[in-house]
Design a protein around this ligand. Structure first.
Ligand code: PLP
Length: 423
């Protein structure tokens, strides 16, 4: 078992053996698989096992792994130099695509991760408004910047407590955490803190407590409240950006934020993030304005190349087809679970889905938390053993890519049928 010895070696020199915690399988137990290579909808581990992959690098690989056009573009770009620390035309080409795709984006700044995008968005919102408090929602993940690593306290508009040691209390206190989908809580926080609030940041479709759809009126309320009190609305579309439509959730709904955070898909599998919004706000960033932000590898030519190649392919793709495939997968899951009397809720938006092991409707973090995580862990391990790679934690999204086939879906469902017999 190669993965065992690799994991032992890894744990010796990398905390927990991983460079991002969820990869360590702590929520499901056992030893993480180490990936050797991947192509299309399949990943192959170092033990030679092949899996149908519904993690897709946590979202970026919407075209599937190693898409030949993207690979060729990266190869070609690498031969011409991998970083210059000076402007390139590629960065303009990328920014122009983002501006064209997103109705609310007039200018964009490229960074190297989603975390950098949200961190910058918060700083920019504070710098633009001259205010310090921010509102986020419990169970929404916006990367690991200090201000955003805050979980909910109890009650409606509880001042934040640090979600991680190392986040200063004085900073966490500026983060107000509210329940997702609770428009009333937003209204009462706005009444209480109105002109102290710099911004509200939200995943327009939540993906990091598992997939949770916004209730009708929720995002509209955020837009209305921020307009009324002069704060900024930030959509974190790091997952949803080019996932739910070319142009993200805002394109589908017409609800337009002041700032949009992007990442994942726009890097085509390379490390990228971006921040975009109204010119008036974006020009508060240095060097035009006083809000500082920088990055040695920002707008990196390889990352821009992979991202542009990905976006140009996506532009020609049918998102409804991708959705239909995912719908069929989820309908299949639902049938199998119904037949087994195992409580399950399947939330799906576009090609994002989560199978919650709970009988209750999941509308926020509290209801998501009712899931039977022990049962999920057994399901996960069964599926993995059957060649299906799901996210190794209950509170995550599953991702279907354009490279998944009907055959993949059928094989996934027959694996599921077998696994359910063992639960
Ligand atoms: C992944 C993610 C981030 C953070 O992006 P990184 O590139 O991992 O820093 C931020 N927001 C959302 C909604 C995400 O899913």
């Amino acid at each position: 078992m190669e993965k065992q010895s690799l994991f032992t070696r890894a744990q010796n020199v990398i905390p927990g053996g991983v460079n991002s915690p969820v990869r360590a399988f702590r929520a499901v137990g056992g030893t993480p698989i180490f990936i050797r290579e991947a192509s299309g909808s399949k990943i192959i581990d170092t033990d030679g096992n092949s899996y149908i992959d519904y993690v897709c690098s946590w979202g970026p690989m919407i075209l599937g792994h190693s898409h030949p056009v993207v690979v060729a573009a990266i190869r070609d770009a690498a031969g011409r130099g991998s970083s210059f620390g000076a402007p390139t035309e590629l960065e303009i080409n990328m920014a122009e695509r983002l501006v064209a795709a997103f109705p609310s984006i007039e200018m964009a700044r490229m960074v190297s991760s989603g975390t950098e995008a949200t961190m910058t968005a918060i700083r920019l919102a504070r710098g633009f408004t001259g205010r310090e408090k921010i509102i986020k929602f419990t169970g929404c993940y916006h990367g690991h910047a200090d201000s955003l690593l805050v979980k909910a306290g109890s009650g409606v508009a509880t001042l934040g407590i640090p979600g991680s040691p190392g986040v200063p209390k004085s900073l966490a206190e500026l983060t107000i955490t509210l329940p997702y989908n609770d428009a009333e809580a937003v209204r009462s926080a706005a009444t209480r803190y109105g002109d102290e609030i710099a911004c509200i940041i939200v995943e327009p479709v939540a993906g990091n407590m598992g997939v949770v759809q916004p209730k009708p009126g929720f995002l509209e309320t955020l837009r209305e409240v921020t307009h009324a009190n002069g704060s900024l609305l930030i959509f974190d579309e790091v997952i949803t950006g080019f996932r739910l439509a070319y142009g993200g959730w805002q394109t589908l709904t017409g609800i337009l934020p002041d700032l949009t955070c992007l990442g994942k898909i726009i890097g085509g599998g390379l490390p990228v993030g971006a921040l975009g919004g109204r010119r008036e706000v974006m020009e508060h960033l240095a060097p035009v304005g006083p809000v500082y932000q920088a990055g040695t590898l920002s707008g990196n030519p390889l990352a821009m190349t992979a991202g542009i190649a990905t976006l140009d392919i996506l532009k020609e793709k049918s998102y409804p087809e991708l959705e239909k495939m995912t719908e069929r997968l989820c309908a299949g899951f639902a049938d199998l679970f119904r037949g087994k009397d195992i409580p399950a809720r399947i939330n799906r938006v576009g090609s994002l889905f989560t199978l919650f092991f709970t009988a209750d409707e999941v509308v926020d973090f509290e209801t998501a938390s009712r899931s039977d995580t022990a049962l999920f862990a057994r399901f996960f391990q069964g599926m993995l053993a059957a060649g299906i790679n799901l996210a190794p934690a209950q509170f995550e999204a599953g991702f279907v890519s354009f490279s998944h086939t009907e055959d993949d879906i059928n094989r996934t469902l027959s694996a599921c049928a077998k696994v359910l017999k063992t639960l």
